[in-house]
Design a binder for this molecule. Structure first.
Ligand code: TPP
Length: 532
């Protein structure tokens, strides 16, 4: 009879989950014994990095990934990253070791006393099998559920002696062989009604969210916008884990602001707002105002029942976003509405000394290969980067929809491992880099050729902006003097260079991009926000 270990690895193998992200402890060693040669173990030096890498890998590969943590403290360290994975709709199967069964009740050292409750409410499902032989089925359950809509992390706690138990061969074969698919098609009547509303509207608009990309709906969104002459806004950057629409497309208007009042103002004049693949909406900060402009109605298409149910206004269709857009496309004719005003493209920003972040992004735009992927965590320059780069291919952008820092640096390693043939650039604020700083070690250890662009403004610029919005003065802890990210990265083995003029930045990035190893370019920038 196969052991739990053999059956579990067979299950992961059958699901294509042969890259395991982890940080091991004594309770995980029985699982890792005689690690199969066709598996790859990617070591993260802290658990937030382990889950962040697994999140990037899952999103960029399109299938569930596995992150293995060390009992309660490992899960505790990873909670911020699990929060992000949930907001990103990222299918990560998180597992953690547990004390040996004989010592759980007496709470021996490192017992995860309430293993199932601990990761709540950040996971879709949390479980510790009642019997050792149930581990493979529990892992199957967690992997399937993570990948079903709405995608998100699941958790299985595994007592360390379970790996040696034997499982029934036929039962294991059933668990291993199962396929579970979850791309639900929308009710045809709902699609027909939406098509009629769209056709009847005089000035409709599309708001494109991250799940368009995740569901493979990119081409359908573009075709729908073109056929129906829809201007397109990206959903607010705060919740934009991915792009939903090409940002260089003539119909593309820009990124919606993230607060209630400004969203309403921006969409003024539209009578139908069609939201695809986004919550309605990822608001922050709280700037009150009407939820919708006068005379407008809204329909959201989302695969997440919770997103649909919690929206404060409008109707919703719960179904796969890509399939629903494709079905809608079939129902609508070529519109006779005038084409939206052509998009003027990025604004020219004069260079300053030190450079402003917008100028740095113009330099990046010049050298960024067409098939590049950007992972972004540079809070005060998020909008400047979106405006200057105008990324326009599917799967080209990853951002933490949860807003928890530490995603970018870690996720970039996972994204590059999942997409080895596409160049990955990770843009970081020097403050953000600290939350996952040990991911530099993983990038070097596995020779993952990410290009890191670090913007050094010596402050938490976005928090100074928030302080103004919140009318807070005198808050401590918003300055970061003497934070030397490149020296720290060099300590982990990353090749680093500094650049300060616009041409230097462009040349340094170009050299870094040509390298097949991790490289870092650090640029001093002006303090403050960069919007364009
Ligand atoms: C885990 C976590 N802790 C704290 C914050 C609050 N926070 C949001 S942005 C920010 C500043 C980040 O600094 P930096 O990367 O230098 O970006 P800048 O604002 O200067 O662009 C902080 C501390 C957060 N979002 N997540």
């Amino acid at each position: 009879m196969p052991t739990v270990r053999e059956a579990s690895f067979d299950l992961l193998r059958a699901r294509g989950m042969t890259t395991m992200f982890g940080n091991p402890g004594s309770t995980e060693l029985p699982m890792l014994a005689d690690f199969p040669a066709d598996f790859r173990y990617v070591l993260g030096l802290q658990e937030a990095v382990v889950v962040g890498m697994a999140d990037g890998y899952a999103q960029a590969s399109g299938r569930a990934s596995v992150a293995n943590l060390h009992t309660a403290p490992g899960v505790g360290n990873a909670m911020g990253a699990i929060f992000n994975a949930q907001a990103n709709h990222s299918p990560v199967l998180v597992t953690a070791g547990q004390q040996t069964r004989a010592q759980i009740t007496l709470q021996a050292n490192l017992t995860n006393r309430d293993a199932i409750r601990m990761p709540h409410p950040l996971v879709k499902w949390s479980f510790e099998p009642a019997r050792p032989e149930d581990v493979p089925l529990a892992l199957a359950h967690g992997a399937h559920l993570a990948a079903l809509p709405p995608r998100g992390p699941t958790f299985v706690s595994i007592p360390m002696d379970d790996w040696y138990a034997e499982v029934d061969e036929a039962d294991a074969a059933h668990a291993i062989a199962r396929e579970v698919s979850g791309r639900a098609v929308a009710d045809p009547d709902a699609v027909r009604a939406l098509a009629e509303r769209l056709e009847a509207a005089s000035n409709p608009v599309l708001v494109a969210g991250p799940d368009i990309d995740a569901s493979g709906g990119w081409d359908a969104a573009v075709a729908l916008a073109e056929r129906q002459r829809l201007p397109v806004w990206a959903s607010p950057a705060t919740g934009g884990a991915r792009l939903g629409f090409p940002e260089d497309h003539p119909n593309f208007r820009g990124v919606l602001p993230p607060a209630i009042g400004p969203v309403g103002q921006t969409l003024e004049g539209h009578d139908l707002i069609l939201v695809a693949g986004s919550s309605v909406f990822p608001y922050y900060p709280h700037i009150p105002g009407p939820l919708l402009p006068e005379g407008a109605t809204l329909v959201a298409i989302t695969s997440d029942p919770d997103e649909a149910a919690r929206a404060p206004m409008g109707d919703a269709i719960v179904a796969d976003v890509g399939l629903t857009l494709a079905a809608l496309l079939e129902q609508v004719p070529e519109s006779s509405r005038p084409a939206p005003e052509p998009n003027p493209g990025p604004q020219e920003i004069p260079a300053t000394d030190p450079l402003n972040s917008s100028t740095v992004h113009t330099a990046l735009a010049e050298v960024l290969p067409e098939d590049a992927i950007v992972v972004l965590e540079s809070p005060a320059s998020t909008l400047a980067m979106r405006n200057q780069l105008r990324l326009s291919r599917p799967g080209s952008y990853y951002f933490s929809a949860g807003g928890g820092l530490g995603f970018g640096l870690a996720a970039s390693v996972g994204v590059q491992l999942a997409q080895p043939d596409r160049p990955v650039v990770c843009v970081l604020g020097e403050g953000s880099a600290q939350y996952a700083i040990t991911a530099f070690w993983s990038a070097v250890a596995y020779d993952v050729p990410v290009t890191y662009l670090v913007l050094k403004n010596s402050e938490y610029a976005i928090l100074k902006w928030f302080a103004e919005v919140e009318q807070v003065s005198g808050a401590p802890g918003l300055d970061l003097p003497a934070l030397d990210v490149s020296a720290v990265a060099a300590g982990y083995g990353v090749s680093t260079r500094q650049a300060s003029g616009r041409d230097d930045v462009r040349d340094a990035l170009s050299t870094a991009l040509a390298s097949s190893h991790p490289e870092l370019v650090e640029v001093p920038v002006e303090p403050g926000m960069s919007l364009f």
